[in-house]
Design a protein around this ligand. Sequence first.
Ligand code: EPZ
Length: 419
Amino acid sequence: MERLVINGGKVLKGSVNITGAKNAAVAILPAAIIASEGKCIIDNIPDIEDVHCLERILLSLGCIVKKIDNNTLEIDATNVNNLDACTEDVRRMRASYYFIGALLTRFKKARVELPGGCPIGVRPIDQHIKGFEALGAEVVIEHGAVIINAKELKAANIFFDVVSVGATINVMIAATLAEGTTVLENVAKEPHVVDVANFLNTMGADVKGAGTDIIRVRGVEKLTGCNYSVIPDQIEAGTFMIAAVATRGDVTISNVIPKHLESISAKLIEMGATVEEGDDSVRVTVEGELKGVNVKTAPYPGFPTDVQQPMAALLSIVPGKSLISESIWENRHKHADELNKMGANIKVEGRTAIIEGCESLVGALVTATDLRAGAAMVIAGLMAKGKTEIVEIEHIDRGYPHIEDKFRELGADIRREVR
Ligand code: EPZ
């Protein structure tokens, strides 16, 4: 088993390059299956375990997948011959649900095992199914798999009951080849929703309005291969911004879209840090005292739920009281117990974490209970006195590429050990 070992107390300095967005890439790779002609060459793909999982699923369905380099894949989906995505890899990850939308639109049928993913609360897919049914599909769930069939797909007006990233993207994918113009309302506006829409359009789709409350998808005859580059990862960038503040460092986070980081920058500035925006970078520094703040997660452009756990690690050593209210997931504060092992003072009441800032954290053996909880532990370890060991880091590897190398380049004392 691998673990991360951190000797805390080093000030982070320098520049870090952010890679492509996980939550865009994990939708774009399944969507590449819709291209019935030509190859998709996709770059700026993060080198993470969730992407490796998707590569194996694409191969199992009959795609030809070539790794051009660590961040570029060529996918030829011309000869997909298996519409049954029921493997251990499909069960392991959340984004495998995008194969339902992609296979449905191109082949009008599929069998896809129900997805797994981080244990952060109940993760229903009723809104995905509502959308597929509105387009004319029949959906049954049998033996833990979604079985979907349609004679034909026809455009529909769909109003989502909750704002869901996954349902917005999945139904947008499914509507690309449906006859007529589908209108999706109450949709998610996250940067990765826009990125997937741009990718579909580059393949020949006609998707308009992504990034606003209404998306219109005019069905086209077919999609073909294309060249595409994934947008930078808002969440990886946010994690490094928080780590810079946590170590009172001076870090330039490069290859980002500063606009996507505004809610995070605003919170760090409210705490007392300085965030200077460049064209495609942000520089994060701290001079004076920091103060506690309240954070409420919300769909984009609100504060991202995926950044609140790293934020909790930082707030645990900031003087005063801070509150983190999680409005998306019902159980996303498991990292609080792990931070408390290091001396933090966090109480969880329902979906709110009440944090009383302590003077400092002390290294301990802690667990990465999920992906972003793992990032929180890394930040805690960087701040703590002495040695922190983080176990179950496979969660971190699902979403952060080479995390220890990136932090080491900024001056952290962090290494991966196999035991
Ligand atoms: C995506 O999950 C991300 N995962 C999550 O990131 C992220 O936390 C989440 O969006 C919110 O931003 C991927 O993109 C692979 P949702 P997703 O559908 O799409 C409810 C990370 O750390 N809901 O937007 O599964 C749901 O229960 C991961 O990178 C329904 O009720 O999230 C939740 O309360 C963790 N019915 C809310 O909507 C549905 O059919 C938002 O979920 C779908 C969702």
